[in-house]
Design a protein around this ligand. Structure first.
Ligand code: AMP
Length: 445
């Protein structure tokens, strides 16, 4: 099938050629005709399948062919796209701008963390496409800055994530502010009972589109897990992975924001161009970090799940789960940051004993087999390293009964000791790593 089969208006066809899409992806093949026919759609498709274009392209076509609304008193968009995160919203906004390059379409994103002054400025002119996160949109609707009564289409993107983040009540309120006659498209990476229930509330006789189970984990992504003994061994394996010759850019996922900060600092000391991305950063900082990552000024992003969602950087070769996610769906979202646009990618998980259960859950859920590779850093070596580098004071503490308990929980971030990389690799008397020597030390195991 080719894009010309959809009969898009010429400016859309021109934009598709300009961005070099040769053929529609499976989700686009199924979704575009359904949207063009005016039907509601419930699509389960993972990230990286081309789902953004699957709804943006036909909606652009529909809006271009409709008479323009003129509602002077407040902003009245034609299409409302709801996204769970700011990053995904900005991603959709950028994609829409690329697709409407040859059209006169006004696209605005309203997300939390951006100044109201700036947003009010953007909301002065007529808006065709409004991309929004639920919280900020609710504020603007309450302030009567935005009127949703005349929207022709509502897109709820990443509905499963909306559910996880507790946004469904907000979406219900937003839905109440619409005429309820609009076309509704809902996208989700996972389709379970809860999502079905939500779909029933918003969709009318939707066309169901499911991209097959085998696509849950992109076949272009090689998935590997390294069983490791503890946090320090995770770091040793991580350093090796970061030195792999095929690594171009990487995202490392950690369980907590604190962990992300700490790991990023440690990698920076090892001369890696690393930076954190998490929810404690201001929107400005996050946007700047993502743009620097896109420009390859940052090579390694150490991130938490929410912040990294929606990042679309073609050259990410490695996704590293320093900590496995708490939810299986997040694994799919995480690894979807690599292997994009038909490129090859690697998803590497560093798994301590208590995470093995989650690894099995992921394999079952995604219907995949993750290749288990034994790391070169043997546990015996590692414990030896510990003994060598421990100070007398630490030894004393470890011998007490309460600290034994802590050691059992060594991988829990709150209890974790934090030796520098250099000290972890081979016993050295100095505690702080010296920038120049650390890299080579750390890579020797
Ligand atoms: P998405 O799933 O919407 O996040 O898209 C994943 C990536 O695939 C993005 O980089 C898109 O630009 C790219 N993409 C979407 N549709 C196509 C297509 N038909 N051909 C090639 N790349 C595409």
């Amino acid at each position: 099938m080719s894009f010309s089969n959809f009969g898009f208006i010429p400016p859309i066809g021109k934009a598709i050629s300009r961005i070099n899409y040769s053929n529609p992806t499976p989700i686009q093949e199924q979704c575009i005709p359904a949207v063009l026919s005016g039907r509601d759609v419930l699509a389960s498709a993972q990230t990286g399948t081309g789902k953004t274009a699957a709804f943006c392209l036909p909606l652009l076509d529909l809006v271009a062919n409709k008479p323009k609304h003129k509602h002077k008193r407040n902003i009245s968009p034609d299409v409302l796209i709801l996204s769970p995160t700011r990053e995904l919203a900005s991603q959709i906004e950028q994609e829409l701008k690329r697709f409407s390059h040859f059209m006169d379409t006004n696209i605005v994103a309203v997300v939390g963390g951006v100044s109201y002054k700036l947003q009010n400025k953007l909301l002065k002119s007529n808006v065709n496409f409004l991309v929004a996160t639920p919280g900020r949109l609710m504020d603007l609707v309450r302030q009567k800055k935005i009127n949703l009564k005349h929207i022709d289409a509502l897109v709820i993107d990443e509905a499963d994530r909306m559910l996880d983040m507790g946004f469904i009540p907000d979406i219900k309120k937003i839905f109440e502010c619409t005429s309820k006659d609009q076309q509704v498209l809902m996208f989700t990476a996972t389709l379970n009972k809860q999502i079905e229930k939500i779909a029933q509330q918003f969709l009318k006789d939707p066309q169901r589109i499911a991209i097959e189970q085998e696509n849950k984990a992109n076949k272009n992504i090689q998935q590997i897990a390294y069983p490791v003994a503890d946090y320090n061994q995770k770091k040793l394996v991580l350093v090796d992975v970061l030195n792999e010759s095929d690594l171009n850019q990487a995202i490392i996922f950690t369980a907590t924001k604190r962990e992300a900060d700490r790991l990023s600092d440690e990698l920076y000391l090892l001369n890696h161009r690393s930076k954190t991305l998490h929810g404690d950063m201001s929107q400005r900082e996050r946007t700047r970090t993502i743009s620097r990552f896109k420009n390859n000024e940052i090579q390694i992003l150490v991130a938490t799940d929410v912040a990294a969602r929606g990042i679309d950087v073609d050259d990410i070769t490695h996704v590293i789960n320093f900590d496995l996610p708490r939810q299986v769906e997040d694994y799919i979202h995480r690894i979807g940051r690599t292997g994009r646009a038909e490129r090859k990618g690697k998803a590497i998980s560093l798994v301590v004993d208590k995470e093995k259960f989650m690894l099995q859950k992921i394999e079952k859920y995604a219907n995949i087999k993750i290749e288990i590779i034994k790391s070169n850093h043997s546990t015996a070596d590692l414990s030896l390293t510990y003994k060598k580098k421990e100070s007398g004071f630490k030894k004393k503490r470890r011998s007490s009964a309460s600290n034994k308990k802590n050691n059992d929980k060594f991988t829990s971030s709150s209890k974790r000791k934090k030796p520098g990389f250099k000290a972890d690799v081979k016993a050295k008397p100095r505690r702080r790593p010296v920038k120049k020597n650390t890299k080579s030390q750390a890579t020797v195991s």
